[in-house]
Design a protein around this ligand. Structure first.
Ligand code: ADP
Ligand code: MG
Length: 471
């Protein structure tokens, strides 16, 4: 309950007030288990809305409270609307009483008061220089980022990183910020998107308070501005930024900037700014090659503590070649779907997902076949025969009563697949396996389900078996 309130306090400044109250009214944490929190919501409508629009924000806020959290599951519990249900928050109450303090907390969160009396933005802990996989292509930006993180304000100032969307600019920027803070929590690191920077300036001007704005930035040790291209044609903001830049630069404070294009191509940005951007180090990030994409996927699986068959990661690394954000996004959806449907994903599952995103896509390593046809052709006999072949056993080994491990595991896999793909009842399956009891089948099923969480070999075997079935 407290955790949920804290998460909401984090979210509050980022979501428009009316939406915030509407969608989070009568929500609450129902259950918490390692890495996962179950958030109860009163209606399916709210569930869908939170999942689609706010899941990322909620997850990020939750991770700021507890970096272990890697998944949020939304569940409908209509009883939460009942005022008696103490698991739910009453937004109107919280909001009414704490709006001022919430605002203050959020300022603090963004600009933490350190011993110097000033501020550091709390960065997303998931972006670290250590988990940025550079490969050959992005070795330079990565190395430069590390150098800046170790010697802020001295080596490369300003650092200007540019490249197309989804290639890891924000990751590097925040990774530097996290590194600096990790080694010296008293340093004042401010990370901002350029939109946020514009808003702050507009507000300061509105309040006729640009002096306070200037003073605030003067105390910053490292200023990070993400996506500077949005400053185009905002001349007042550019003017302020110019002064802030000079002030920091003259005092050897680190400035880090990202953009979707090189400084010289930043139309609508004043020349004097562009020339300043070029005074330090300019590096670009590019799309990594296949091998690096594969390494990134493997790394993300590890971070999410999920085993995905290697064949499948290879298929993804081959076929998703426009941005790492998309690559990661698809992997996460695959993982999430596999969790919900309690099954190991196959190339087919992913291929269909990719097709949905972009129908014209030409997928390497996948031939489109009719799902209905494949499913019709599946039967208990076929599953047993494919699994038996795979393990070089006979069908009678599989259905027989030998209790050696080499036979038991394939037998359990058969039961698992028959249940999973043909949706037969445990009793029914037991009968087909020489009159075994339904508890034996249930045991086999849960055994395989559990082992799939930790046994790489089994995941890979199951993937190949499913592949032979055309699944
Ligand atoms: P950009 O700011 O360039 O649009 P992001 O930094 O937001 O891109 O990256 C998008 C996603 O891809 C992030 O989740 C990031 O962690 C991930 N990502 C991008 N490049 C890499 C990389 N080389 N290694 C690990 N993760 C990466
Ligand atoms: Mg970005």
């Amino acid at each position: 309950m407290e955790l949920w309130k804290k998460i909401l306090q984090r979210l509050e400044p980022t979501i428009e007030k009316r939406n915030f109250i509407t969608w989070f009214q009568n929500t609450g944490i129902i259950k918490k288990e390692e890495g996962t929190i179950h958030v109860g919501v009163p209606t399916t409508f709210a569930r869908d809305w939170l999942t689609e629009k706010y899941n990322l924000k909620i997850l990020q806020a939750a991770q700021e409270m507890n970096p272990e959290i890697n998944e949020i599951i939304y569940e409908v519990h209509s009883s939460l609307s009942d005022p008696e249900d103490t698991r739910a928050v009453d937004m109107r109450k919280i909001f009414k009483n704490t709006i001022k303090t919430v605002r203050k907390i959020s300022k603090k969160a963004e600009i933490k008061v350190g011993s110097t009396g000033l501020s550091s933005k709390i960065l997303n802990p998931k972006y670290r220089l250590e988990n940025y996989i550079s490969g050959n292509e992005n070795r330079l930006p990565h190395a430069v980022a590390e150098a800046v993180a170790q010697n802020p304000g001295s080596l490369y100032n300003p650092l200007f990183i540019y490249g197309e969307v989804g290639l890891g600019k924000t990751h590097l920027l925040q990774g530097i910020g996290n590194h600096i803070l990790h080694h010296d929590p008293d340093k004042v690191v401010v990370y901002m998107t350029s939109e946020k920077f514009i808003n702050e300036i507009v507000t300061a001007i509105g309040k006729k308070n640009t002096k306070a704005f200037k003073d605030r930035y003067r105390k910053v040790d490292c200023l990070i501005i993400d996506d500077i291209q949005f400053l185009a044609n905002k001349s007042t903001t550019q003017e302020e930024f110019f002064h802030t830049f000079n002030e920091l630069y003259d005092n050897n404070k680190q400035i880090i900037i990202s953009s979707d294009r090189a400084p010289s191509e930043l139309n609508g940005i004043e020349d004097r700014l562009k020339s300043r951007f070029a005074m330090g180090m300019i590096v670009d990030v590019v799309l990594p090659e296949y091998e690096t994409r594969l390494a990134i996927l493997q790394n993300k699986c590890q971070e999410h503590q999920t085993i995905v068959a290697p064949e499948l990661l290879e298929f993804l690394a081959y076929n998703v070649d426009n941005s790492i954000r998309e690559l990661e996004g698809i992997l996460l959806q695959v993982i999430a779907r596999a969790k919900v449907e309690r099954t190991t994903p196959t190339v087919r599952m992913i291929a269909e997902h990719l097709k949905k995103l972009n129908n014209d896509r030409n997928l390497i390593g996948y031939e489109c076949t009719d799902t209905a046809q494949i499913e019709k052709a599946l039967s208990t006999e076929r599953i047993i025969s494919i699994v038996a072949d795979y393990y070089h056993l006979t069908k009678s080994d599989i259905v027989g009563s030998v209790r050696r491990k080499e036979v038991m595991v394939p037998r359990q896999i058969c039961m698992y697949l028959i249940r999973q793909e043909l949706e037969k009842s445990f009793e029914n399956i037991g009968e087909e396996f020489g009159g075994r009891s339904h508890t034996t089948v249930m045991h086999a099923f849960s055994k395989i389900t559990n082992r799939l969480k930790e046994d790489k070999r089994l995941v890979s075997d199951l993937h190949s078996i499913k592949q032979s079935m055309g699944l």
